[in-house]
Write a protein that binds this ligand. Structure first.
Ligand SMILES: [Zn+2]
Length: 445
């Protein structure tokens, strides 16, 4: 190969390498400061249309594209800082080509229109609509970047006479021509995009005060459910969890939307509560889980969030453990042991399949059930073991320190370990190695 050909080959390889990394990796090279979405959802069909603004900041030099999670929406009229830009929707990402190179620390404002029917995560119900988990299917965002918390302003354009619930707090409603009303919701602190959600419809509404803040109950089933009776335990659970967190509800207010079926999903500032799960709870309060689990996420998951899915157990193990702790508080020690026994059986099944993984593990699981056995059930068992080992005073002090210190932030397992070591004055590295990191523990010591 002569010099010229070699140089050409090198240049071609360099160009290919440069072009590839930003092309299909959502979130690469930048972080989001804030999202603002003006959304008009069709309550009958779940179709949406709207205008979105995303303010980003470069986290590396020479960023030439902004890639976001893929979705089924049609994007049009995209601009960056006012200059028209091209967008491309593929299987791996929605990509906007920047008009100029974005450098580390630089801000850019992306703006575009979108329309379409979300492929996932939006459900029509009782003349209303609710979204669940897949936020980046009804707006453009970063679904799998829990570490990139950002502010959200969500304007919902809705028919007159419907209620809405979304992230943060609602401002005054504004009546518009054509029998439309604008509901403006603003986050009170940054949240991870997978927690962005909204619901709207002719929902019956009740609210009560609790020591943790206002509790709002909404009926999305259209069945005239007795909300106050169904959520009778919620104020006591809120008080219990706020005590364990060492702080009230992050937004001083928490809504629960009752929906048909077995839905159970937390979002920033509210949760979806399936009525079949809640009915089962009413029949057997000592095995109640859904209200406590989803409410626990307001602190563990939403306020203090795993930085990556590798540490998802910090969200789910904690919520699962809090259910057991609440049951112990409300129904006695036998209920605590019963809840932990259920977790033990789930972990045993995962072990039989060869999947007894460390809690902080980023690999693939063969099924949702096996993944949950580790991140939810084994996570809860570790926390119970830690509590047993440290004693109640040090354990709960550690939980409060961890929660307050990292409120509004994202965390790794090490942050939790540090807080528990501080509270107990003990070196917990062996215990964390065994349960969390999966590092081999020397057996001959
Ligand atoms: Zn959960």
């Amino acid at each position: 190969m002569n010099r010229f050909l070699m140089l050409s080959a090198l240049l071609a390889a360099a160009t290919a390498a440069d072009a590839q990394p930003t092309a299909g990796e959502p979130g690469r090279g930048f972080e989001v400061e804030r999202y603002a979405v003006a959304l008009r959802p069709d309550l009958a069909t779940t179709a949406v249309s709207g205008v979105e603004t995303i303010v980003v900041r470069g986290t590396s030099d020479a960023v030439t594209r902004l890639a976001f999670s893929p979705n089924a929406l049609h994007i049009s009229e995209a601009t960056v800082d006012g200059a028209p830009v091209a967008s491309q929707s593929g299987d791996d990402a929605i990509v906007f080509v920047l008009p100029h190179v974005l450098r580390k620390g630089d801000e850019a404002e992306l703006r575009f229109r979108f329309a379409g029917t979300p492929a996932r995560g939006v459900t029509a119900v009782a003349n209303g609509i609710y979204s669940s988990y897949f936020a980046c299917d009804w707006m453009v965002c970063l679904q799998d970047s829990p570490g990139d918390k950002a502010d959200l302003t969500l304007d919902l354009f809705l028919p007159a006479g419907v209620e809405s619930v979304a992230v943060g707090r609602a401002g005054p409603k504004v009546a518009l021509p054509g029998d439309l009303v604008r509901h403006r919701w603003r986050s009170r602190q940054p949240y991870s995009p997978y927690l962005y959600a909204f619901a709207a419809g002719p929902f019956a509404r009740r609210s009560v005060e609790s020591v943790a803040g206002e509790l709002v109950y909404l009926d999305g089933t259209g069945t005239g459910a007795d909300l106050t009776a169904l959520f009778a335990q919620a104020p006591a659970i809120a008080g219990f969890l706020a005590d364990k967190a060492g702080m009230p509800f992050p937004d001083r207010r928490y809504a629960q939307l009752l929906v048909p079926g077995s839905e159970a999903q937390e979002a920033a500032s509210f949760s979806l509560i399936g009525n079949t799960e809640l009915d089962a709870e009413r029949d057997d309060p000592s095995s109640a889980w859904i209200v406590a689990h989803e409410m626990a996420h307001q602190w563990w998951g939403n306020l203090v969030t795993c930085a990556t899915w590798r540490d998802f157990w910090l969200n789910e193990g904690m919520a699962t453990f809090m259910v057991a702790a609440w049951e112990e508080h409300g129904s006695g020690e036998a209920a605590y042991r019963q809840e932990l026994d259920i977790a033990r059986r789930k972990v045993a099944r995962a072990r039989e399949l060869g999947y007894d993984k460390p809690l902080a593990w980023a690999g693939k699981y063969p099924s949702l059930g096996v993944r949950r056995a580790i991140q939810y059930s084994k996570g809860a068992l570790f926390l119970a073991d830690l509590r047993q080992s440290l004693g109640d005073a040090a354990f709960w002090n550690g939980v409060r320190t961890y929660t307050r210190r990292h409120a509004g932030e994202t965390v790794t397992s090490k942050d939790f370990q540090n807080a528990m070591e501080e509270a107990s004055g003990r070196d917990l590295s062996l215990m964390f190695a065994e349960w969390v990191y999966g590092a081999p523990v020397a057996s001959d010591e």
